[in-house]
Design a protein. Structure first.
Lengths: 210, 105
């Protein structure tokens, strides 16, 4: 009975917060709803006796990944907002149709199948040592591939986030040498003094009076 | 009422559909990433539900691998978002509403 109540509460919370992710205007609220969604999914993992994964979900996902999301949203400021909110009606309708088609398809496929009560498992099912046993023996290749993927992603993120901007395609010389003084003066003459560097020293009012 | 695997799979299908709706309708790359996270997590729920149903650890191992893939996807995606945002200035603030005199004149 408790199982049922927890399941209903967790699934209702998961669906509601998933809707919050998609429908919130403010990206901050979207990220916060996703944290709520991840926590309610962790509750469902506990119901499925995946103890280690529930802990990993809360610590890795809700703790680390989402904090990074929030940092980026805070860093971007108003650049994180959407450029426009007016989605054409046909796109909205097509999205609703596509999303509900997937849902109906899966629900019908699942409902037409008679699932038994499932395998009986011991209390040890899903604890870290058993997961690690199959992870490090049978699925060692997947483990190694995942670690290489993470390494590549980390290197890629460092390259993308480094201070030096990546060269643009239309720039023949990506990192030109600093300009000389005559070039700067020419630029100032062409572009107007207020848009270029202050080439000539313009005395301020208090300097004139002294 | 016995909560079987079909209930968990149905919930994950609904969440997947919501994430799909988000990918199709939202414009901001950040929200797109969040919607992709929703879809990946619903797949995780399915994997774990069937892992419990068959009494096999494999599904949980796959779910862990999916979490690793999702983490690297977020890292690269956020790096791209920040790199794009560096190249463009802050979006202009919304124009203040005109007063009646300005609008009339």
């Amino acid at each position: 009975m408790t199982y049922d109540i927890v399941f209903v509460a967790a699934s209702a919370l998961a669906i509601a917060s998933a809707l919050g992710v998609v429908l919130s205007v403010n990206p901050f609220y979207s990220a916060l709803s996703l944290i709520m969604h991840l926590v309610s999914l962790a509750t469902m993992y506990l119901l499925l006796q995946a103890d280690f994964l529930a802990a990993a979900q809360v610590i890795v996902y809700a703790g680390a990944v989402m904090i990074m999301f929030l940092f980026v949203i805070a860093y971007l400021g108003n650049r994180a907002d959407e450029p426009t909110r007016d989605v054409p009606l046909w796109q909205l309708g097509a999205a609703v149709v596509a999303g509900s088609a997937v849902v109906i398809e899966i629900v019908v496929a699942v409902a037409s199948q008679a699932f038994g009560p499932g395998a009986t498992v011991t209390d040890q099912f899903g604890n870290p040592s058993l997961v690690a046993n199959s992870f490090f023996s049978r699925y060692l290749l997947g483990f190694e591939a995942t670690s290489i993927l993470l390494l590549v992603a980390a290197v890629g993120a460092v390259v993308l986030g480094s201070k030096r901007p990546s060269p643009r395609v239309d720039e023949p010389d990506a990192f030109p040498a600093p300009r000389t003084q005559p070039e700067l003066e020419l630029q100032a003459a062409v572009m107007g003094a207020e848009t270029a560097f202050p080439v000539h020293h313009v005395p301020r009012k208090d300097e004139e009076s002294s | 009422m016995h909560i079987g695997v079909e209930y968990f799979v149905s919930v994950s299908a609904i969440v997947f559909g919501i994430g799909m709706f988000g990918v199709f309708t939202r414009r901001s790359p950040l929200i797109l990433l969040l919607s992709v996270e929703l879809m990946l997590n619903s797949c995780n729920l399915t994997l774990i539900a069937f892992s419990r149903y068959w009494g096999e650890q494999s599904g949980q191992v796959f779910a862990l691998i999916v979490m690793g893939i999702a983490a690297s996807e977020v890292v690269v995606g956020l790096g791209l978002v920040v790199a794009v945002a560096r190249r463009k200035p802050h979006a202009p603030r919304a124009e203040p509403a005109k007063t009646a005199i300005e609008a009339g004149g």
